[in-house]
Design a protein around this ligand. Structure first.
Ligand code: ZN
Length: 313
């Protein structure tokens, strides 16, 4: 064997190793790029899928939104209709009042009013009024707090919505009703208690705005402050009313007979504002007959409203 053939053998081995290395590099490069291409494809696939999902979601949300918007428009329309109906209703009552006052109509009106609620007993009162199809006025206060004074484990604030739902007027009897504990300290303390009760009613009766006040104890209880309180009430858009008849349930009533005597002897005008209290079991007991009695005497029983002649402004 010569030197030449030894040299070519070496060259062959080196070239083979070189070729092998090149092949390995190519193979690695191929696998690497192939994986990257796969990764990109997968990524693109995910993006497309996400975009599709986004579009589906957007379309459904758009549909939902237009449904909500349609509902809002419908509610706005209903609210306007309700406002107009109420306006017309009160306008008709006002006309009737004017006719009665001028002697052109021999009908009579009794405004049934219930003070100091809501109580749990108010449900009974509401049910009786429902039974006779009578709308009344509730002069509310928060003297009893959140739970019913006459049923401590039950929330009474839900009654605010009930008054509205059943077509009654909610009026303002001040938040504290604290006749001897600061309510009549000044005109401002009284107005503060009115505004606090106004907010309470707004909160629990879906934005209902009160505009009629009854002074706890009656307007004479305000003494020297009465004039300045009335002035401030007027500034706030409030009217006020006392009462012209009652069964005496705010005092020390002992029997239904006594209540009947009080009520019958106090009813003598064509337009009466009758004072009752939600908590009185005696009033609750005589209420069905009292409604029948008033009806037999030609009284139509209606809810109070700001424009009424009986509301002082
Ligand atoms: Zn009261």
């Amino acid at each position: 064997m010569g030197r030449k053939s030894k040299k070519s053998g070496k060259l062959f081995i080196v070239s083979s190793i070189f070729l092998l290395l090149i092949s390995i590099i190519f193979l690695l490069a191929y696998f690497y790029f192939d994986t990257e291409i796969h990764k990109t494809d997968k990524k693109n696939g995910t993006i497309i899928k996400l975009k599709e999902e986004k579009n589906v979601l957007l379309t459904s949300k758009k549909e939902e939104l237009s449904k909500i918007e349609a509902n809002i428009t419908e509610l706005d329309d209903l609210e306007t209709k309700l406002f107009n109906t109420k306006k017309k209703y009160y306008g008709t009552i006002k006309e009737l009042e004017d006719q009665i006052i001028s002697g052109k109509n021999d009908k009579k009106i009794a405004y049934l009013t219930f003070d100091d609620g809501p109580y749990y007993n108010t449900y009974k009162v509401l049910d009786i009024l429902d039974k006779y199809g009578v709308s009344a006025t509730f002069f509310t206060t928060t003297i009893n707090g959140e739970n019913c004074y006459d049923k401590k484990d039950t929330n009474c604030l839900v009654l605010y919505k009930e008054y509205v739902k059943r077509g009654h007027t909610i009026a303002n009897h001040t938040f504290t009703h604290a006749i001897w504990r600061g309510l009549y300290k000044s005109a401002d303390s009284f107005i503060e208690a009115v505004i606090n009760q106004e907010n309470q009613v707004k909160k629990y009766a879906d934005g209902y705005k009160t505009n009629i006040v009854r002074f706890p104890g009656g307007s004479s209880t305000a003494g020297k402050l009465k004039t300045s309180i009335i002035e401030k009430l007027r500034e706030k858009g409030y009217g006020w009313v006392d009462w012209s008849a009652q069964d005496g349930d705010g005092g020390s009533l002992k029997s239904t007979e006594e209540a009947w005597n009080n009520l019958k002897s106090s009813i003598n005008q064509d337009i009466e504002v009758i004072l009752f209290h939600d908590y009185s079991s005696i009033t609750t007991e005589i209420l069905p007959e009292a409604i029948e009695y008033l009806d037999s005497k030609g009284y139509v029983m209606l809810p109070l409203f700001y424009e009424s002649n009986v509301i002082n402004k």
